[in-house]
Write a protein that binds this ligand. Structure first.
Ligand SMILES: Cc1cc2nc3c(=O)[nH]c(=O)nc-3n(C[C@H](O)[C@H](O)[C@H](O)COP(=O)(O)OP(=O)(O)OC[C@H]3O[C@@H](n4cnc5c(N)ncnc54)[C@H](O)[C@@H]3O)c2cc1C
Length: 217
């Protein structure tokens, strides 16, 4: 279901991009999932067969992987490439949509919601940091990482949780990564590599034990 939903969003963006002369720089560079394991089917066959995930190409020919993706390690065994993926400029898309919404009569109000309640007269009441409030019968909650917190105050428990992720940025001094490389995801679970001193330290303190455990793909 999620794939159908996302696929539909991509189709809408594609049509919009065509209408505005690719004003938000939509690129189909694809996503690559790579594995070091033999016979590791990254996406289950049933998904591929039903076309749920979209067009996926599996590459196992070592020489071909090295020729087309020379930036990958020699020991990579397979790459699964998702065609219907890539990148967009989110601010350009957002500004464009906002402009269109305004042209169609949308009034923009920028406020921080500090409280969400249900009321008898209308369905929802939003209280803002400034002390002002707004009542409405329709509410579209799109508060990203705070959505669960907001939904709970309205009596909903959504099956959503947040995962803290780290982002590392470093200079590609050897210029290994080409500018058009697809977004590449390592699909194998793994253990982090520590030096013996670090490993000893982590073994000594229980709160660090998790760093020695297997990490998911
Ligand atoms: C560093 C980084 C890189 C990412 N890269 C990618 C990528 O390459 N591809 C990809 O598909 N996804 C990527 N993501 C994930 C993607 O950005 C999110 O999945 C997406 O932005 C979620 O959209 P959203 O509209 O649900 O929430 P958000 O974009 O988080 O929007 C929520 C909005 O609600 C507002 N808000 C929250 N609480 C309140 C409140 N109390 N009152 C008023 N306003 C409030 C926030 O200010 C925010 O504007 C990345 C995320 C990060 C952090």
């Amino acid at each position: 279901m999620m794939n159908t939903f996302i696929g539909h969003s991509i189709d809408l963006m594609k049509a919009f991009s065509k209408d505005c002369d690719n004003c938000f720089n939509m690129k189909y560079s694809g996503y690559d999932f790579v594995t070091h394991k033999d016979n590791h089917s990254i996406f289950p066959l049933t998904d591929k067969d039903s076309g749920e995930i979209g067009d996926i190409q599996r590459l196992e020919d070592h020489a071909l992987i090295q020729k087309t993706k020379p930036y990958l390690e020699d020991s990579v065994k397979a790459v699964e490439h998702i065609n219907k993926a890539g990148s967009i400029e989110v601010y350009a898309l957002g500004s464009m949509l906002l402009k269109l919404a305004r042209q169609n009569g949308v009034k923009l109000l920028t406020e921080e919601v500090v409280e969400l309640d249900r009321t008898a007269s209308s369905q929802f009441k939003l209280s803002f940091e400034t002390g002002a409030s707004l009542e409405t019968t329709d509410l579209l909650l799109a508060s990203g990482p705070f959505i669960q917190q907001h939904a709970k105050s309205l009596g909903y428990d959504l099956p959503i949780y947040n995962i803290k992720q780290r982002k590392f940025v470093f200079k590609d001094t050897k210029q290994i990564i080409p500018r058009d490389m697809p977004f590449t995801i390592y699909a194998d679970s793994q253990y982090l590599q520590w030096n013996p001193d670090e490993e000893k330290l982590m073994n000594e303190y229980e709160e660090y034990h998790w760093l020695l455990e297997e990490f998911p793909a």
